[in-house]
Design a binder for this molecule. Sequence first.
Ligand SMILES: O=C(O)C1=C[C@@H](OP(=O)(O)O)[C@@H](O)[C@H](O)C1
Ligand SMILES: C=C(OP(=O)(O)O)C(=O)O
Length: 429
Amino acid sequence: MKHLLNGTFTGTTRVPGDKSITHRALMLGALSEGTTHISRPLISADTLRTLENMRQLGADITRDGDDFTVVSAGHSRLKSPLETLYTGNSGTTTRLITGLLAGLKNITASVEGDATIAKRPMDRVVIPLSHMGADITLKDEKYPPVNIHPAVIKPLEYEMPIASAQVKSAILFAGLFTEGKTIVHETHKSRNHSEIMMAQFGADIAVSGSTVTLTGGKDLTAVDVTVPGDISSAAFLIVLALITEGADVTIENVSLNETRSGIIDVVKHMGGNIAITEHDSTGEKFGDIRVQYTPDLKPFHIDGDIIPRLIDEIPILAVLAAFANGESTVRGAEELRFKETDRITAVISELEKFGVSFEEYKDGFKVTPGYGTVKEGELFKGYHDHRIIMMLIVMAIAVNTNIEIDDDSAIDVSFPSFVSDLEGLRKDR
Ligand SMILES: O=C(O)C1=C[C@@H](OP(=O)(O)O)[C@@H](O)[C@H](O)C1
Ligand SMILES: C=C(OP(=O)(O)O)C(=O)O
């Protein structure tokens, strides 16, 4: 597929709903007795997998226009699925559903995804769930399919060995209907959508510093959820606007949850022209983000606590680094090697085709700014990874080059309207 969308990007737009929040709303809706109306969810390949999986467990889910309605008789009425739960390309679905099913105690199920999921480690969730008493087997003790058998589980106190909201959430889902306190300690705080939403659905959950304490055994009550725009999708528009001449883009109603907004801190540090207008909200924070072209950007050096706050934005931040006025570094991001593809290798191998220079580290990279000319006939690889593909499209626009990507269909995983939304903002030069 060829991409050439160069022009000047101006105007006001929205991005699709937050992927992490949409997955959780569908799951908590299925576990709660009553009707959960989900407004402005992300409707994409990944979230439709979660929707279908919740239907297979017995929730009645309908789609009305752009919204979802989940009707459920509650967690105790969910049943073993007749068929394998297919999770497609979605790591979040695969890991969270494993915890959810362990927590239901009487379910037999098999969970399996596509070729990228087959290579993603699931032992990181199965180890703590097994400590809780869950009976789960994996291929080679590490990979899907995940086979879950009925078991009585008990609460757990767990020290997280890695920063992962998927692992934390799987433990919390398992703990929801277990008598006693499930306690998770984090070293670097990961996204907290499960904690916020579980409290909204009536779970007894408290957060103190980097410790989450969930007292299980409470039935959940259905509540409505309005999903803010996904900052991980907005990130592609933010970077595009910063690096293309004349750009002035406002993205409305984007999640500003502090466990997700690391990219805003980085852009501010770089001296990027970015303005945030926060709206009033009681749950998840959200607001509007205006970004304008900024010709002189400082480099950045990120490591430690900020990494989980921008983990999915690192590919597009590599593009931003190529336009800074000095070398930038990313460290402490080894987790990138366990995403849809090894994102450290993919970022470097594909952006090098534009002439960007990198030094690779085990846990990140150094970017030397600047770029050259793409070789005639160069074929770019998308690695079936939505974030790598969108990164390539933004880079191609910024350097005004028509590139060919082997397969761009994975954009549907998180941002199906990406190309048409860019077209909507583009004015011919
Ligand atoms: O919990 C979630 O919704 C997610 C957590 C992160 O993964 P990890 O938990 O593996 O860090 C992130 O990369 C993923 O896109 C979504
Ligand atoms: C890593 C991602 O998602 P998941 O883990 O759900 O596949 C992502 O969206 O960048």
